[in-house]
Design a protein around this ligand. Structure first.
Ligand SMILES: Nc1nc2c(ncn2[C@@H]2O[C@H](COP(=O)(O)OP(=O)(O)OP(=O)(O)O)[C@@H](O)[C@H]2O)c(=O)[nH]1
Ligand SMILES: C[S@@+](CC[C@H](N)C(=O)[O-])C[C@H]1O[C@@H](n2cnc3c(N)ncnc32)[C@H](O)[C@@H]1O
Ligand code: SF4
Ligand code: SF4
Length: 324
């Protein structure tokens, strides 16, 4: 297993299969890869099926045990089921998707070996959903979530970005997952670092405070030290709500165990940085191994190391990394 200079073992990979998307969410950070707008058909710059599989085989050599497929919209890739099918058996596969294509393809993905899915759903009402995603596909997403549950995916996590436009819908989303077996909720703090618009952010501590009052049980997840709240019953019967709160959170970064891969075949040590990209060249196994070791060697926690607080408490780039 590869371990970075800060003692963080790399156990997961997040693979962006494309930067194309059929939605245009107002908040989208696109995993730090620029705009999702543009042509919807397959692009020449994307890793092909064999490249992705070769990368996963090298990741397995390094004892990586989880792969997350994301994007853009990863279900725009017609070869998604083949990639999942060819992922080494020791790696758990999960998908983060806007859900629109799940009604037709959830079963195919399960048959290919998909273990879990996260579906982005920011509201329980078509108008609010349309304002945030700039898409009218609300019904397809609701159907997609149902198709995922029916196909046997467990859990199905709903991802909700919490910001000015959605914060008011948190209580009904929490009730919704508490009442529906098989669903869990991830409340994702709005990240302005790559998306801009810092004025949209809300105080995530208020969300934690509110959940604490509702919860029957609270636990910490190892990954990112994320807090989980069980609502409407304890962990054996309640609904699970997890808070993903990476903004200015050094504890979150200290527990970050993932390396990222861009659709173009670059390794990336941190979501918030684009100055640490490492090319995997022609993506032969020796090139992938070298780039993987190199990116882990140079990986640093973003908050708490790459960014530090000055005397006024503002986050500034650590001088050590300026021009490095
Ligand atoms: N800054 C930062 N944000 C992250 C990180 N991991 C997840 N996030 C945020 O959480 C969003 C949702 O992540 P998902 O793709 O659903 O996956 P996840 O919640 O990290 O993983 P699982 O819960 O294991 O499925 C991401 O798009 C980011 O906005 C991370 O390592 N760093
Ligand atoms: C970039 S999307 C890619 C996968 C897929 N298209 C989807 O929407 O699920 C991955 C996740 O990032 C979240 N996300 C996007 N922009 C964000 C932001 N500025 N802050 C926090 N989360 C964000 C989305 O809600 C989604 O759950
Ligand atoms: S569906 Fe995902 S990738 Fe597409 S715009 Fe929304 S958050 Fe971004
Ligand atoms: S170091 Fe921090 S900001 Fe960067 S990917 Fe990991 S958790 Fe996210």
């Amino acid at each position: 297993m590869l371990v970075d200079q800060f003692g963080r073992e790399v156990t997961g990979v997040r693979i962006s299969l494309t930067d194309r998307c059929n939605f245009d969410c107002v908040y989208c950070h696109n995993e730090g890869l620029g705009d999702t707008r543009g042509p919807m058909d397959p692009q020449d710059n994307e890793m092909d099926t064999d490249d992705v599989v070769r990368f996963l085989e090298v990741a397995a050599e390094f004892d990586v045990d989880a792969a997350k497929f994301t994007g853009g919209e990863p279900m725009l890739r017609d070869d998604l089921a083949e990639i999942i099918d060819r992922t080494p058996d020791d790696i758990e596969t999960s998908l983060t998707t806007n859900g629109t294509y799940l009604p037709d393809r959830a079963e195919e993905l399960v048959d290919a070996g998909l273990d879990r899915v996260n579906v982005s759903q920011d509201a329980l009402d078509p108008d609010a959903f349309k304002r945030v995603t700039q898409s009218g596909e609300y019904d397809a997403v609701i159907e997609g979530v149902k198709a995922a549950v029916d196909a046997g995916l467990d859990p199905v996590k709903l991802n909700m970005v919490v910001f000015e436009a959605t914060a008011g819908y948190v209580p009904e989303m929490v009730d919704y997952v508490a009442m529906n077996d098989g669903l869990q909720l991830q409340l994702i703090e709005y990240m302005p670092e790559l998306a801009g618009r810092p004025e949209w952010a809300i105080d995530i501590e208020r969300v934690h405070g509110w959940l604490e009052e509702q919860a029957d049980e609270i636990e910490h997840r190892e990954m990112h030290d994320r807090k989980r709240y069980w609502i409407g019953g304890d962990s054996t019967e309640g609904g699970m709500v997890e808070v993903v709160d990476p903004v200015e959170n050094a504890e979150f970064c200290a527990n970050c165990h993932r390396v990222r891969v861009t659709h173009e075949g670059y390794l990336k040590g941190c979501l918030n940085r684009n100055d640490d990209l490492r090319s995997m060249g022609e993506m032969t196994k020796p090139e992938i191994r070298d780039a993987f070791r190199d990116v882990v060697e140079n990986r640093v926690p973003y908050y708490g190391e790459y960014m530090v607080q000055d005397d006024e408490g503002d986050w500034v780039i650590n001088e050590e990394y300026i021009g490095a």
